[in-house]
Design a protein around this ligand. Structure first.
Ligand SMILES: [Mn+2]
Length: 261
């Protein structure tokens, strides 16, 4: 039977977590291993300079969960390297409270957990929901349903090595969702600004604040798809090489070091 590891970056109390785990129980054996607190925008972490702890707990619905003191990517590594005894076939990370579009991927704990899966030889799927609304339980269920669809497709078709799926689901009632769009990564526009304040001892401290990011509405991108009411599924590769630039750079003059001439 397929063994599915469910993790997230919003921590053990995230509303999307038990909903995702429950939806995936129809697809295989589900083990849940998550961070104890919220790591959103925590990026890809490998904890190397302090020990990690892990303990058993229960999710809000009473189902078992292994909680760790590490990051989402640590949870995946811990589980696959032996904390969870049964070999992991596929890691599903989410359902994240908020989208992971465009350059968000480089910040995302949700997506980097799926990257860690791929690095460790399992399949990886990240699932995010676009707007974390207060009464979003139904929307989480819709997102979890699409995660199950993606798990079935990935198990049937297999992804190439080094490739994971990044899924974003609009926060809409299921009947309003127009279907699945396979997309490319789009462009985010961040509106960050530095907020400087003074602490009670008279020293400055800083927040990176600003309005929520927007995006460029280019067709067939992740940002475009969710803005049009589609579920966006983007295949993402861990090979970050800029191939067009690589080709061009071999034509540059590298002086005495040139081996391409
Ligand atoms: Mn998050």
């Amino acid at each position: 039977m397929t063994h599915i590891l469910v993790t997230n970056d919003d921590g053990v109390h995230a509303p999307g977590l038990p909903i995702l785990a429950q939806a995936l129980r129809a697809e295989g054996d589900v083990t849940v291993c998550v961070p104890e607190h919220n790591w959103s925008a925590g990026g890809h972490v490998k904890t190397m300079h302090k020990p990690l702890r892990a303990w058993d707990a229960k999710l809000a619905d009473g189902s078992p969960v292994t909680v760790t003191s590490g990051a989402p990517s640590d949870c995946v590594a811990l589980a696959i390297l032996g904390l969870i005894k049964k070999p992991v076939d596929i890691v599903v990370s989410g359902v994240n409270a908020g989208p992971n579009l465009g350059y968000d991927l480089t910040y995302s704990g949700t997506v980097t957990a799926a990257m860690e899966a791929v690095i460790n030889g399992a399949a990886g799927i990240a699932v995010s929901m676009c707007v974390p609304a207060a009464a979003a339980e139904l929307a989480y269920q819709t997102a979890a349903k699409f995660a199950a669809v993606a798990v079935r497709s990935v198990l049937a078709r297999k992804l190439p090595p080094g490739v994971l799926l990044n899924i974003n689901v609009p926060c809409l009632p299921e009947e309003k969702i127009r279907g699945i769009r396979v997309t490319r990564q789009g462009l985010r526009v961040y509106q960050d600004e530095l907020v400087t304040r003074i602490d009670p001892r008279g020293k400055p401290y800083y927040w990176i604040g600003g309005r929520p990011p927007e995006g460029i509405l280019e067709e067939e991108t992740d940002y475009w798809a969710v803005s049009q009411g589609y579920v966006s599924i983007t295949p993402v590769q861990l090979d970050l090489t800029a191939y067009d630039t690589l080709k061009a750079m071999r034509e540059w003059n590298w002086g005495e070091g040139d081996t391409h001439a």
